[in-house]
Design a protein around this ligand. Structure first.
Ligand code: COA
Length: 209
C-alpha cells in the first residue's frame, strides 16, 4: 500500500515533506502526464499506474479542483495526512482525504467533511461545522461556532468571528474569503468578500486596502 499524492505542485511537495516525516508508507506522486521519473526523490506515476490498495490524497489548493478529482477517482480509497506538529482534538472529526499541515490546530468538537485542506498555522476553534472540499490557507483563523458550507475557500490570514451556540455564524457554500479579511457576519453562498471588515467584492462599501 502506497500513499499516492495527486499533484506534484507546491501543495503536493509540501504534503510529501509532511508524509516523509509522519508516515512510513511508500510515497508516489500522481499526475496525468508525468514528464519526469521522480520529483524530489518521490516517483512520479500516471493514474493508470495506481495500484488497487493505494491511498489517494488530492493535493490541489482549489476546492473545485479537489472535488473534480475526487469524483473522477470515486472508486478509490482516500487517505489523510496529519502533520506531527498539528493538534487535532480527540473530540474533533475529520472526513477522508484531509490534509492537515504543520502547526494547524483543530479544536474541541469540530466536525469537518471530506477533502479538507488546512495549510500552515490555520486554526479551527470549538464547535465549528465544516463541509466538504473546504480550503484554509496559511494562518486562516476560524473562531468558535461557525458553520462553513461545502467548497469554501478561506484566504491567507483571514479571521472569521465566532458565532454563538444558538446562532452560529454562517459562511455559505462556495464562498471565497479574501486574504487578510476580517469576517464579522454571515457570508452568503458563492460570495467573495475581503477587507476589514469584510464586504462583498461588488459592494460599494468594500475596502480594498
Ligand atoms: C479576494 C480575492 C479572491 C480577489 O481576487 P480577484 O477577484 O482576482 O481580485 P483582484 O486581484 O482583481 O483585485 C481587485 C481589487 O481588490 C483588491 N484586493 C484583492 N484582494 C484583496 C484582499 N484580500 N484584501 C484587500 N483588497 C484586495 C485589489 O487590490 C484590487 O483593488 P484595485 O481595483 O483598487 O486595484 C483575492 O485577492 C484573494 O484574497 N485571494 C486569496 C489568496 C490566498 O490567500 N492564497 C493562499 C494561497 S496558499
Amino acid at each position: 500500500m502506497r500513499l499516492a499524492i495527486f499533484g506534484a505542485g507546491g501543495m503536493g511537495r509540501e504534503l510529501a515533506d509532511i508524509a516523509k516525516r509522519s508516515t512510513q508508507m511508500p510515497l508516489v506522486f500522481v499526475v496525468d502526464e508525468p514528464d519526469h521519473l521522480e520529483v524530489q526523490g518521490v516517483p512520479l506515476i500516471a493514474p493508470h499506474d495506481l495500484e488497487p490498495d493505494d491511498l489517494l490524497v488530492i493535493a490541489l489548493g482549489s476546492s473545485g479542483a479537489r472535488k473534480t478529482v475526487a469524483e473522477r477517482f470515486s472508486d478509490r480509497r482516500f487517505g489523510s495526512l496529519v502533520a506531527s506538529s498539528a493538534i487535532v482534538a480527540p473530540s474533533a472529526s475529520l472526513g477522508e482525504g484531509a490534509q492537515i499541515c504543520d502547526f494547524v490546530a483543530i479544536n474541541n468538537l469540530v466536525r469537518i467533511g471530506r477533502h479538507f485542506q488546512a495549510n500552515l498555522f490555520a486554526q479551527v476553534s470549538h464547535d465549528c461545522v465544516i463541509g466538504d472540499y473546504v480550503t484554509f490557507s496559511p494562518r486562516a483563523t476560524c473562531n468558535g461556532t461557525v458553520h462553513i458550507g461545502d467548497g469554501v475557500f478561506v484566504g491567507a490570514g483571514a479571521i472569521i468571528r465566532n458565532g454563538s451556540p444558538g446562532r452560529p455564524l454562517s459562511i455559505g457554500e462556495g464562498a471565497t474569503i479574501g486574504m487578510g479579511a476580517v469576517v464579522t457576519g454571515d457570508v452568503p453562498p458563492g460570495a467573495t468578500v475581503f477587507g476589514v471588515p469584510a464586504r462583498e467584492a461588488d459592494d460599494p462599501r468594500a475596502v480594498a486596502n
